[in-house]
Design a binder for this molecule. Structure first.
Ligand SMILES: CC(C)(COP(=O)(O)OP(=O)(O)OC[C@H]1O[C@@H](n2cnc3c(N)ncnc32)[C@H](O)[C@@H]1OP(=O)(O)O)[C@@H](O)C(=O)NCCC(=O)NCCS
Length: 384
């Protein structure tokens, strides 16, 4: 029972609650459109690079040639890990989830930074770029270690996407694979005020350091309702196994009120624009890699789900093909969410910095409905 007299509105899930004005991202969930800083995701996927998109998100405008070169050079110079952090990663149990490894390693980055707290926004931006730069190195080092291979140092002259593939495999990446990874990173870099971005914003509002902010984003992305749907969507495709099984699978799943992974979205009530881009890349990759059956199975699930869900606002989302695409790039399934995080650091950083430009500590309320004035019963008198 609460002493509050006025009517209280509880915004469970914070649906439709705005926490700030923003110039970073616009999702038009009815028109199937997504814009980063005013630029459509289709244009960015077709013409930009992850480095350029990260600059756009963090600094608010597209860089000129000199700015981009300087930014990309900075990322390159920050990629290597302190040898002590590398040893720490090598000490992680092989069986640990890569998201746990990433969360712990990103948190530990602050231990090896002599000045982990930033004095001003510019210094914060620099910390954000350092974390963004080191994340692929962390993921690759962990993956190689658990596979009993030595970690590989970053290589100069490679893009963020290409260097990640290089550090994972140890060989020069196929240029088309690097292009696909680059586009995937662009598509995952930002998506307005989702759960992990909100988590980062809350941490930022307390004036926590960038390492704490990004660690809270990774921790929140860890949950299966947020990151992880791409892994589940790929597993569905693998379980279905053949296009001819798709319709039966979808019918049965819907009859059992199960969700079709890679379908539905809180904001998009039509096609997710990122889905179209990944589907096209998936079709191309399937031909190049001889993985037609996998792609055709995903396509058959999509066709069947659209047929059976017709009339509802449930459409394919980004995850319906992202897992298939990552799989065809040779990436282990449990690395999909860490890759999502590695890209989303750009958006997390942009939102945290934007919020800090006119900060207000985030402190919502909980409406108390419990008892008050209970008599404290000494332990020895408590019967149950
Ligand atoms: C993403 C997601 C949580 C968004 O859901 P939401 O907009 O909050 O919608 P709700 O969870 O309230 O579901 C509304 C209705 O649509 C149905 N629905 C939503 N997504 C569905 C899916 N993928 N397959 C089948 N039915 C679905 C729900 O069962 C519910 O039906 P009901 O009203 O008869 O109970 C949801 O669509 C989902 O779980 N999708 C599968 C996982 C996924 O692909 N996640 C990645 C998102 S990028």
């Amino acid at each position: 029972m609460s002493s509050i007299k006025e009517p209280v509105v509880i915004h469970k899930g914070l649906d439709n609650v705005y926490v700030k004005e923003s110039r970073i991202c616009l999702i038009d969930g009815e028109a199937s459109k997504l814009f980063y800083r005013g630029y459509s995701i289709d244009d960015l996927a077709a013409h930009s690079t992850f480095e350029e998109t990260a600059y756009l998100l963090i600094f608010g405008k597209l860089p000129n040639w000199t700015q981009l070169k300087e930014f990309a050079g900075k990322i390159e110079s920050y990629r290597a890990l302190d040898p002590r952090l590398l040893r720490l990663i090598q000490s992680f149990p092989e069986s640990c989830d890569p998201m746990d490894a990433l969360r712990t390693a990103v948190s530990s980055l602050s231990l090896f930074d002599p000045t982990p707290t930033a004095e001003n926004l510019n210094a914060r931006v620099d910390k954000a770029i350092q974390i963004l730069a080191k994340t692929p190195t962390i993921i690759a080092a962990f993956d190689r270690t658990r596979n009993h291979k030595d970690p590989i140092s970053p290589k100069t002259g490679l893009s963020h996407a290409a260097d990640f593939l290089y550090m994972l495999s140890g060989g020069p990446p196929d240029p088309y694979d690097a292009h696909v990874m680059d586009v995937a990173l662009i598509l995952h870099a930002e998506h307005e005020m989702n759960a992990s971005t909100f988590s980062c914003t809350v941490a930022a509002s307390t004036l926590a350091d960038m390492y704490s902010i990004i660690t809270s984003g990774i921790a929140t992305l860890r949950g299966p309702l947020h990151g992880g749907a791409n892994e589940a969507a790929l597993r569905t495709v693998q379980e279905v196994g053949d296009p001819s099984n798709a319709d039966e699978y979808v019918k049965q799943a819907l009859a059992e009120r199960k969700r079709i992974m890679g379908f539905g979205h809180r904001v998009y009530k039509t096609w997710d624009p990122r889905y179209r881009i990944l589907k096209a890349l998936g079709a191309d990759l399937a031909m190049r890699k001889g993985q037609q059956k996998l792609y055709d199975t995903a396509l058959a699930i999509e066709t069947s789900a659209l047929k059976h869900l017709s009339g509802s606002p449930i459409f394919p989302n980004v995850d319906s093909y992202s897992g298939v695409v990552f799989h065809m790039l040779g990436i282990t399934t449990d690395l999909f969410t860490p890759i999502f995080a590695m890209s989303r650091i750009a958006g997390w950083s942009a939102h945290s910095i934007e919020y800090l430009e006119s900060n207000r500590l985030i402190r919502p309320k909980a409406y108390y409905v419990g008892p008050v004035g209970l008599r404290y019963v000494p332990l020895e008198e408590r019967l149950s």
